[in-house]
Write a protein that binds this ligand. Structure first.
Ligand SMILES: *Cc1c(COP(=O)(O)O)cnc(C)c1O
Length: 362
């Protein structure tokens, strides 16, 4: 018997998530480190959030019905097959808890989202990391890693921190190669920003299969502070998640703001257009110049430098000039890279000016 409480096996092997750096309180630093919205939140969402301030004493409706109804209408899906969560992290944890246990395995690609190993190990299972093809998920390698113990495949599409994506035909090929008892989790956190014509969100695949769920978030479209995510999946998965989720896991201001943001498709379109313009621009400006910008479909770009030292120098110089970007060495294993969120025109011009000048000196 131990003389103190001991966490479950695997918990102490988890390296805690490292969030993007924030500015010091009161500083004017521009945060380009967490892929938040370049244009703030939808004005309609802010209005709805504010209106909820008069109702803080009452429990929210527990199933997020207002929000699910809005999502169902705008995305053309059955609201009964949606579960909302306190950020999509909430739902990713629940998926792991429901479908993984001791001795099971979950598969992800090497530079996939750094939350997947955490939630997999927290559920007592092992994470299997699969090599990528030029910073892009490799379907053949993912399929080759499947074993009898495999229960989940985690796939961010587009992926964070690389910004790369798999086209619809590759997602379908991946799904077709999986056993029916393996859950394919398609994390479309950046779906609102994708412009590639051969991309598809997971909706249609979810509708046609029993082992696929699509995970979405409001965090990258202006509501990161409010914490809202949602999943769309087959009835059996939705039922399982609903049994274990917190009974009031999405607070009332979040439900109201999320519903208003969902219906404000004009704002979502504005975000997408701004992002595409400045994503293309920064990619073109920085490419060459001893930097490689990996083509991105998200609201950030991953910039690769000749080595970790150059990436560190670029990070420090940007920071000195009030521009905070994301280092991706420790948590993602890409020490010669930086992840830079798409921000305002001014922020993008600032980043490009500084990095180009830096490379000339180097
Ligand atoms: C940002 C992000 C999320 C969203 O997390 P929230 O908990 O909804 O803020 C999920 N998956 C990926 C790949 C992300 O980059």
């Amino acid at each position: 018997m131990s003389d103190k409480p001991i966490p479950q096996p695997g918990i102490l092997d988890i390296a805690a998530y490292v969030p993007g750096k924030s500015g010091l309180p009161g500083s004017n630093a521009v945060k380009l480190s967490s892929n938040e919205s370049p244009l703030g939140a939808s004005p309609k969402a802010i209005e709805a959030f504010t209106a909820a301030a008069t109702k803080l004493d009452i429990y929210p409706e527990g199933s997020s019905k207002i929000l699910r109804t809005a999502l169902g209408e705008v995305h053309g899906i059955n609201p009964d097959l949606i579960v909302c969560g306190n950020g999509s992290d909430d739902l990713l944890h629940l998926l792991a808890q429901c479908y993984l246990g001791d001795g099971d395995e979950a598969i992800m690609s090497r530079y996939g989202f750094s939350v997947y190993p955490i939630i997999t190990k927290a559920a007592g299972a092992d994470i299997v990391m699969v090599d990528e093809d030029d910073y892009t998920a490799d379907v053949d390698a993912l399929l080759a890693a499947v074993r009898p113990k495999t229960k989940i495949v985690w796939l961010a599409n587009p992926n964070n921190p690389t910004g790369t994506y798999l086209p619809d035909r590759e997602i379908r090929r991946l799904h077709a190669g999986l056993r029916p008892d393996i859950l394919l989790v398609i994390d479309n956190a950046y779906a609102e920003y994708v412009t590639a014509p051969d991309f598809a969100v997971g909706t249609d695949l979810v509708k046609s299969a029993q082992n696929v769920v699509m995970v979405r978030t409001f965090s990258k479209m202006g509501l990161a502070a409010v914490r809202i995510g949602w999943i769309f999946g087959p009835a059996r998965v939705i039922d399982a998640i609903n049994r274990v989720r917190g009974p009031f896991n999405v607070n009332l201001p979040a439900q109201m703001a999320g519903a208003a943001a969902t219906r404000d498709t004009e704002f979502t379109a504005k975000l997408k257009a701004h992002n595409a313009q400045w994503r293309d621009w920064i990619t073109a400006e920085l490419s060459g110049n001893h930097m490689h910008v990996v083509p991105s479909q998200a609201n950030f770009v991953m910039v690769l430098f000749p080595d970790a030292e150059h990436a560190g120098l670029a990070f420090d110089t940007l920071l000195e000039r009030g521009l905070i970007v994301r280092e991706i060495g420790g948590s993602y294993g890409i020490p010669h890279g930086l992840r830079i969120s798409i921000g305002s025109e001014q922020a993008m011009r600032g980043v490009v000016g500084i990095l180009k000048a830096l490379v000339q000196i180097a």
